[in-house]
Design a protein around this ligand. Structure first.
Ligand SMILES: [Fe+2]
Length: 185
């Protein structure tokens, strides 16, 4: 039987009740997100496509301990290196995505600098899940280098909307990142 969105939420509730450790949560939840990614129908059809002229970003679940969104990257869409200020999981449902992972050292203050190094450049296909574990393994850059839309499910320990986050120049200079509204709320 297909793994449903409802079951995924119940499982995540159990995992995030049992532990607050970011590494433990993401390790336990990653295989479940991979399973969910195998069932695109688990996401309502209207949240699986990008609106005309924009990247898609929809909230699917809001809760006190985690939030789930769907994201649609159009061909050529990219996000420069950024952090999340919480744990995260990024799962690919359809097509593929390029993710550059960074290692950082140092406190992140706006206008300041951190030591930032590229750790690896990955190409994730459908079913792959990437884990973001703060404070020092949660910076990445994303790029859809293909000619098709890429559908992902993201899970974060906080609602990213309005959260003060950071973007990074190649030399480690820290800038401000605050995400606006989701397309469905
Ligand atoms: Fe991200």
């Amino acid at each position: 039987m297909d793994y449903t969105f409802k079951q995924f939420i119940e499982d995540l509730e159990a995992i995030t009740s049992a532990s607050q450790d970011h590494d433990v949560i993401t390790r336990r939840a990653a295989p479940l997100l991979a399973k969910l990614c195998g069932n695109p129908e688990a996401i309502p059809a209207e949240y699986r496509t990008a609106p005309a002229g924009q990247r898609g970003r929809y909230i699917l679940h809001r809760g006190p301990r985690f939030n789930v969104t769907s994201v649609i990257w159009r061909p050529g869409d990219e996000a420069r290196s950024h952090d999340h200020e919480t744990w995260g999981l990024v799962g690919v449902v359809e097509n593929e995505i390029q993710e550059t992972r960074y290692v950082s050292r140092g406190a992140r203050s706006l206008g300041g600098k951190v030591a930032l190094e590229v750790r690896e450049v990955l190409r994730h296909k459908a079913g792959a899940v990437s884990r973001l574990v703060p404070p020092h393994d949660e910076i990445h850059a994303m790029h859809n280098p293909t000619t098709k839309d890429t559908l992902e499910i993201h899970v974060y320990g906080k609602d990213l909307m309005g959260l003060q986050r950071h973007v990074f120049d190649a030399d480690g200079t820290v800038g401000s990142l605050v995400s606006g509204k989701y397309m469905n709320c």
